[in-house]
Design a protein around this ligand. Structure first.
Ligand SMILES: C[S@@+](CC[C@H](N)C(=O)[O-])C[C@H]1O[C@@H](n2cnc3c(N)ncnc32)[C@H](O)[C@@H]1O
Length: 206
Protein backbone atom coordinates (compact mmCIF):
# COMPACT_ATOMS: atom_id res chain seq x y z
CA UNK A 1 0.00 0.00 0.00
CA UNK A 2 3.09 2.21 -0.25
CA UNK A 3 1.66 4.15 -3.20
CA UNK A 4 -1.71 4.98 -1.69
CA UNK A 5 -2.58 8.67 -1.83
CA UNK A 6 -2.69 10.43 1.55
CA UNK A 7 -6.48 10.63 1.71
CA UNK A 8 -6.83 6.86 1.16
CA UNK A 9 -7.45 5.17 -2.16
CA UNK A 10 -11.26 5.04 -1.96
CA UNK A 11 -11.51 8.76 -1.11
CA UNK A 12 -9.01 9.57 -3.85
CA UNK A 13 -11.02 7.78 -6.55
CA UNK A 14 -14.40 8.98 -5.24
CA UNK A 15 -12.97 12.50 -5.41
CA UNK A 16 -11.84 12.08 -9.03
CA UNK A 17 -15.21 10.78 -10.17
CA UNK A 18 -17.11 13.52 -8.27
CA UNK A 19 -14.86 16.38 -9.37
CA UNK A 20 -14.45 15.45 -13.04
CA UNK A 21 -17.58 13.43 -13.81
CA UNK A 22 -17.61 9.89 -15.12
CA UNK A 23 -17.81 10.86 -18.82
CA UNK A 24 -14.93 13.38 -18.63
CA UNK A 25 -12.31 11.26 -16.84
CA UNK A 26 -9.31 10.41 -19.04
CA UNK A 27 -10.20 6.71 -19.19
CA UNK A 28 -13.82 7.22 -20.33
CA UNK A 29 -14.97 5.22 -23.35
CA UNK A 30 -18.50 5.62 -24.69
CA UNK A 31 -18.04 2.26 -26.40
CA UNK A 32 -15.75 -0.29 -24.70
CA UNK A 33 -15.32 -2.05 -28.05
CA UNK A 34 -11.92 -3.67 -27.41
CA UNK A 35 -13.07 -5.11 -24.08
CA UNK A 36 -16.19 -6.56 -25.65
CA UNK A 37 -14.37 -7.91 -28.69
CA UNK A 38 -11.71 -9.66 -26.60
CA UNK A 39 -14.21 -11.04 -24.08
CA UNK A 40 -16.32 -12.31 -26.99
CA UNK A 41 -13.24 -14.00 -28.47
CA UNK A 42 -13.05 -16.36 -25.48
CA UNK A 43 -16.56 -16.51 -23.95
CA UNK A 44 -20.21 -16.57 -24.91
CA UNK A 45 -23.08 -14.72 -23.21
CA UNK A 46 -23.51 -17.61 -20.76
CA UNK A 47 -20.09 -16.81 -19.24
CA UNK A 48 -19.75 -15.19 -15.83
CA UNK A 49 -17.66 -12.01 -15.96
CA UNK A 50 -16.00 -9.97 -13.22
CA UNK A 51 -14.88 -6.45 -14.14
CA UNK A 52 -12.09 -5.62 -11.69
CA UNK A 53 -11.72 -1.88 -11.17
CA UNK A 54 -14.75 -1.52 -13.42
CA UNK A 55 -15.61 1.90 -12.03
CA UNK A 56 -18.34 3.62 -14.03
CA UNK A 57 -17.40 1.81 -17.27
CA UNK A 58 -20.08 1.16 -19.89
CA UNK A 59 -18.80 -2.41 -20.21
CA UNK A 60 -21.51 -3.64 -17.86
CA UNK A 61 -24.19 -2.09 -20.11
CA UNK A 62 -22.74 -3.81 -23.19
CA UNK A 63 -22.42 -7.17 -21.42
CA UNK A 64 -26.07 -6.96 -20.39
CA UNK A 65 -27.02 -6.14 -23.99
CA UNK A 66 -25.01 -9.18 -25.12
CA UNK A 67 -27.08 -11.37 -22.83
CA UNK A 68 -24.70 -11.90 -19.91
CA UNK A 69 -26.64 -12.52 -16.71
CA UNK A 70 -23.79 -13.23 -14.28
CA UNK A 71 -21.80 -10.00 -14.00
CA UNK A 72 -19.82 -8.70 -11.02
CA UNK A 73 -18.22 -5.26 -10.86
CA UNK A 74 -15.49 -4.71 -8.26
CA UNK A 75 -14.24 -1.20 -7.50
CA UNK A 76 -13.13 0.65 -4.39
CA UNK A 77 -15.02 3.79 -5.48
CA UNK A 78 -18.62 3.80 -4.23
CA UNK A 79 -19.12 6.94 -6.31
CA UNK A 80 -18.20 5.16 -9.55
CA UNK A 81 -20.37 2.14 -8.77
CA UNK A 82 -23.30 4.41 -7.89
CA UNK A 83 -23.07 6.01 -11.37
CA UNK A 84 -23.30 2.60 -13.01
CA UNK A 85 -26.15 1.47 -10.75
CA UNK A 86 -28.06 4.62 -11.70
CA UNK A 87 -27.51 3.86 -15.41
CA UNK A 88 -28.34 0.17 -15.52
CA UNK A 89 -30.99 0.25 -12.79
CA UNK A 90 -32.17 -3.05 -11.42
CA UNK A 91 -30.18 -5.20 -13.87
CA UNK A 92 -28.82 -8.41 -12.31
CA UNK A 93 -25.31 -7.25 -11.42
CA UNK A 94 -23.27 -7.82 -8.25
CA UNK A 95 -21.65 -4.53 -7.23
CA UNK A 96 -18.76 -4.94 -4.81
CA UNK A 97 -17.22 -1.82 -3.28
CA UNK A 98 -13.89 -3.25 -2.20
CA UNK A 99 -10.18 -2.74 -2.76
CA UNK A 100 -9.06 -5.65 -4.96
CA UNK A 101 -6.09 -6.08 -2.59
CA UNK A 102 -8.54 -6.94 0.21
CA UNK A 103 -11.09 -8.88 -1.84
CA UNK A 104 -11.68 -12.52 -0.94
CA UNK A 105 -13.96 -13.92 -3.65
CA UNK A 106 -16.19 -16.79 -2.54
CA UNK A 107 -16.73 -18.09 -6.08
CA UNK A 108 -15.05 -18.37 -9.47
CA UNK A 109 -15.63 -16.54 -12.77
CA UNK A 110 -15.23 -17.54 -16.42
CA UNK A 111 -13.73 -14.18 -17.36
CA UNK A 112 -11.68 -11.73 -15.28
CA UNK A 113 -11.62 -8.33 -17.04
CA UNK A 114 -9.48 -5.41 -15.93
CA UNK A 115 -8.99 -2.25 -17.96
CA UNK A 116 -6.59 0.20 -16.33
CA UNK A 117 -6.87 -0.89 -12.69
CA UNK A 118 -4.04 -3.43 -12.23
CA UNK A 119 -1.46 -0.94 -13.49
CA UNK A 120 -2.00 1.15 -10.32
CA UNK A 121 -0.42 -1.67 -8.32
CA UNK A 122 3.22 -0.63 -8.27
CA UNK A 123 4.31 -2.61 -5.21
CA UNK A 124 5.67 -6.01 -6.36
CA UNK A 125 3.97 -7.74 -3.39
CA UNK A 126 0.58 -6.28 -4.45
CA UNK A 127 1.22 -7.37 -8.05
CA UNK A 128 1.97 -10.96 -6.96
CA UNK A 129 -1.10 -11.06 -4.74
CA UNK A 130 -3.22 -9.75 -7.62
CA UNK A 131 -2.17 -12.62 -9.90
CA UNK A 132 -2.59 -15.17 -7.11
CA UNK A 133 -6.10 -13.82 -6.56
CA UNK A 134 -6.91 -13.86 -10.28
CA UNK A 135 -5.72 -17.46 -10.51
CA UNK A 136 -7.87 -18.41 -7.54
CA UNK A 137 -10.93 -16.55 -8.86
CA UNK A 138 -10.83 -17.71 -12.49
CA UNK A 139 -12.47 -21.06 -13.17
CA UNK A 140 -10.64 -23.94 -14.87
CA UNK A 141 -10.47 -23.11 -18.57
CA UNK A 142 -11.38 -19.49 -17.85
CA UNK A 143 -9.67 -16.34 -19.08
CA UNK A 144 -8.21 -13.00 -18.15
CA UNK A 145 -8.73 -9.99 -20.44
CA UNK A 146 -6.55 -7.14 -19.22
CA UNK A 147 -5.34 -3.73 -20.37
CA UNK A 148 -2.55 -1.67 -18.85
CA UNK A 149 -0.65 1.36 -20.04
CA UNK A 150 2.00 0.27 -22.54
CA UNK A 151 5.72 0.79 -21.96
CA UNK A 152 5.44 4.04 -23.94
CA UNK A 153 2.13 4.99 -22.29
CA UNK A 154 1.66 7.61 -19.56
CA UNK A 155 3.76 7.33 -16.39
CA UNK A 156 0.86 8.52 -14.23
CA UNK A 157 -2.91 8.54 -14.27
CA UNK A 158 -5.25 10.41 -12.00
CA UNK A 159 -2.26 11.78 -10.08
CA UNK A 160 -0.97 8.29 -9.25
CA UNK A 161 2.09 6.45 -10.58
CA UNK A 162 1.47 3.37 -12.71
CA UNK A 163 3.43 0.29 -13.76
CA UNK A 164 3.65 0.07 -17.57
CA UNK A 165 3.78 -3.19 -19.51
CA UNK A 166 4.61 -4.70 -22.88
CA UNK A 167 2.82 -7.91 -23.83
CA UNK A 168 5.94 -9.80 -22.75
CA UNK A 169 6.25 -8.14 -19.35
CA UNK A 170 2.53 -8.61 -18.70
CA UNK A 171 2.91 -12.32 -19.50
CA UNK A 172 5.91 -12.44 -17.15
CA UNK A 173 3.87 -10.83 -14.36
CA UNK A 174 1.21 -13.55 -14.75
CA UNK A 175 3.94 -16.17 -14.55
CA UNK A 176 2.85 -19.80 -14.72
CA UNK A 177 -0.69 -18.97 -13.65
CA UNK A 178 -1.95 -17.92 -17.11
CA UNK A 179 -0.86 -18.43 -20.72
CA UNK A 180 -1.21 -15.37 -22.96
CA UNK A 181 -3.07 -16.34 -26.14
CA UNK A 182 -3.46 -12.89 -27.74
CA UNK A 183 -2.18 -9.36 -27.24
CA UNK A 184 -2.38 -6.00 -28.94
CA UNK A 185 -1.52 -2.32 -28.63
CA UNK A 186 -4.36 0.16 -28.60
CA UNK A 187 -4.42 3.94 -28.75
CA UNK A 188 -7.09 5.38 -26.49
CA UNK A 189 -8.12 8.98 -27.16
CA UNK A 190 -9.14 10.69 -23.93
CA UNK A 191 -12.15 13.06 -23.73
CA UNK A 192 -9.67 15.98 -23.84
CA UNK A 193 -8.05 14.63 -27.04
CA UNK A 194 -4.81 13.13 -25.67
CA UNK A 195 -3.61 9.73 -26.86
CA UNK A 196 -2.74 6.98 -24.38
CA UNK A 197 -1.18 3.71 -25.56
CA UNK A 198 -2.44 0.54 -23.90
CA UNK A 199 -1.23 -3.07 -23.93
CA UNK A 200 -4.02 -5.64 -24.01
CA UNK A 201 -3.63 -9.33 -23.24
CA UNK A 202 -5.99 -12.29 -23.31
CA UNK A 203 -4.77 -15.20 -21.22
CA UNK A 204 -6.03 -18.68 -20.36
CA UNK A 205 -5.84 -20.08 -16.84
CA UNK A 206 -3.27 -22.83 -16.41
C1 LIG B 1 -8.52 4.29 -14.76
S1 LIG B 1 -9.97 3.77 -13.98
C2 LIG B 1 -10.61 2.55 -15.09
C3 LIG B 1 -12.06 2.26 -14.84
C4 LIG B 1 -12.70 1.24 -15.80
N1 LIG B 1 -11.99 -0.03 -15.79
C5 LIG B 1 -12.79 1.78 -17.19
O1 LIG B 1 -12.17 1.23 -18.10
O2 LIG B 1 -13.54 2.76 -17.37
C6 LIG B 1 -9.34 2.79 -12.65
C7 LIG B 1 -10.43 2.24 -11.76
O3 LIG B 1 -9.85 1.33 -10.84
C8 LIG B 1 -10.35 1.58 -9.56
N2 LIG B 1 -9.31 1.13 -8.63
C9 LIG B 1 -8.06 1.66 -8.47
N3 LIG B 1 -7.38 0.94 -7.57
C10 LIG B 1 -8.20 -0.06 -7.17
C11 LIG B 1 -8.07 -1.13 -6.22
N4 LIG B 1 -6.93 -1.30 -5.54
N5 LIG B 1 -9.12 -1.96 -6.03
C12 LIG B 1 -10.28 -1.76 -6.71
N6 LIG B 1 -10.46 -0.78 -7.62
C13 LIG B 1 -9.43 0.06 -7.83
C14 LIG B 1 -10.66 3.06 -9.52
O4 LIG B 1 -11.63 3.41 -8.57
C15 LIG B 1 -11.13 3.30 -10.95
O5 LIG B 1 -12.53 3.13 -11.06
Amino acid sequence: MADDPVDGPAEHWDGRYSAIGDTAVAWFEADPATSLELISSVAGPEASVVDVGGGASRLVDRLLERGHRDITVVDLSQQALASSVERVGSAPVDWLAVDVRDWQPLRTFDVWHDRAAYHFLTDPADQERYWDLAHQAVADGGHVVIATFAEDGPEQCSGLPVARYSAASLAAAMGERFAVVASRRQEHVTPSGATQVFTWAVATRR
